[in-house]
Design a protein around this ligand. Structure first.
Ligand code: SF4
Length: 317
């Protein structure tokens, strides 16, 4: 297998013009994901994690940067080339209900990508493929003529997964795929996604606001704050040695089931820095208990603190 990562994102930026100035939604984000691996991307709402996922797939056009997929910069592709490339790069959305057309049956929804991309033209062969995909994601074939509103949240998300798998992608952006589901159903969907990854060699970018969800699911975890990637490490390392004060606060919010091993919850105070024309300072400085004058006057850069573990904080320098 090639040693080149499947996906390399370099200095990706996505800015939005607003009446108050330029909003830096994704600001100079760099990371890579190896074949068959999962990168969990974590942060509060508004940190730019979903915008990063959409910019990689060009569902939103990035402002600048590079997105190398198998070594090819997809930001340089024409619209038509990108449409074809997207068969290899898919997305699963947070809310399966609003992302599924309510007027179409389960079978029609899963068949759509095959039809639109003219992958299988023969209706009978397409029907067989739809049934096969339904089995792959654990949906009984008898549900083929039902509508999304007749099904529960877990089954609806299985439709979303089947639709994403229809074109045999290599890479899937999973945008909060279990956040709208009950906890018991979350585990079923996560298990299914893990199985599919193994079986089909899929590579995932798994976006979530909930660190506890990605703990056992990700090979590496990236933490984002106000458009910046502020810490990234192999999952075990990040949980054992969270280094950025913001990551420490996020981790402290995860309940530990043992009474002997309780940790103190770090409550974040202070005003969140505006992402509109942000100053050249640490974006976490207003909420950080360790902030010094330096933090308010200069921006820390990502530095490696141990193999594969990078952090942007003056305390780690
Ligand atoms: Fe806190 Fe300063 Fe580190 Fe930012 S650079 S996280 S303000 S200590």
């Amino acid at each position: 297998m090639s040693t080149q990562p499947l996906l390399e994102v370099k200095n990706l930026k996505k800015y939005f013009q607003t009446p108050k100035g330029m909003l830096h939604a994704v600001d100079d984000v760099t990371f890579s994901i190896d074949h068959g691996k999962t990168l969990g991307v974590v942060g509060e709402s508004g940190c730019g994690k979903s915008t990063t996922g959409r910019a990689i797939l060009r569902l939103l056009e990035p402002t600048s940067g590079e997105v190398l997929f198998e070594g090819q910069d997809v930001l340089k592709l024409s619209k038509e080339q990108m449409r074809r490339k997207r068969t290899e790069m898919q997305i699963i959305f947070q809310d399966p209900f609003s992302s599924l057309n309510p007027r179409k049956t389960v079978g029609q929804i899963i068949a759509d990508p095959l039809k639109i991309n003219k992958i299988i033209r023969d209706p009978n062969a397409r029907l067989e493929r739809v049934k096969e995909l339904m089995e792959t994601v654990g949906l009984a074939n008898r549900l083929i003529n039902t509508y999304p509103h007749e099904l529960d949240g877990g089954r609806r998300q299985r439709i979303g997964i089947a639709r994403a798998l229809a074109l045999n992608p290599k890479f899937i952006v999973c945008d909060e795929p279990v956040s709208a589901l009950d906890v018991s159903i979350q585990a079923q969907i996560l298990n299914l996604m893990k199985e599919l990854q193994k079986k089909m060699g899929l590579t995932y970018m798994f976006i979530t606001h909930d660190l506890s969800v990605v703990n056992h699911f990700s090979d590496d975890i990236a933490v984002m704050y106000l458009g910046k990637l502020i810490e990234m490490a192999p999952a075990e390392e990040l949980f054992a040695h969270p280094t950025h004060p913001y990551t420490q606060a996020l981790l402290s919010a995860i309940p530990i089931p043992s009474l002997d091993n309780r940790r103190e919850r770090i409550l974040l105070k202070g005003e969140i820095t505006s992402p509109i024309e942000p100053p050249a300072a640490c974006r976490f400085a207003n909420r950080c208990a360790y902030a010094t004058e330096k933090c308010h006057g200069a921006e820390p850069q990502l530095k490696e603190v141990s193999p594969g573990h990078v952090v942007s904080c003056f305390l780690s320098e």
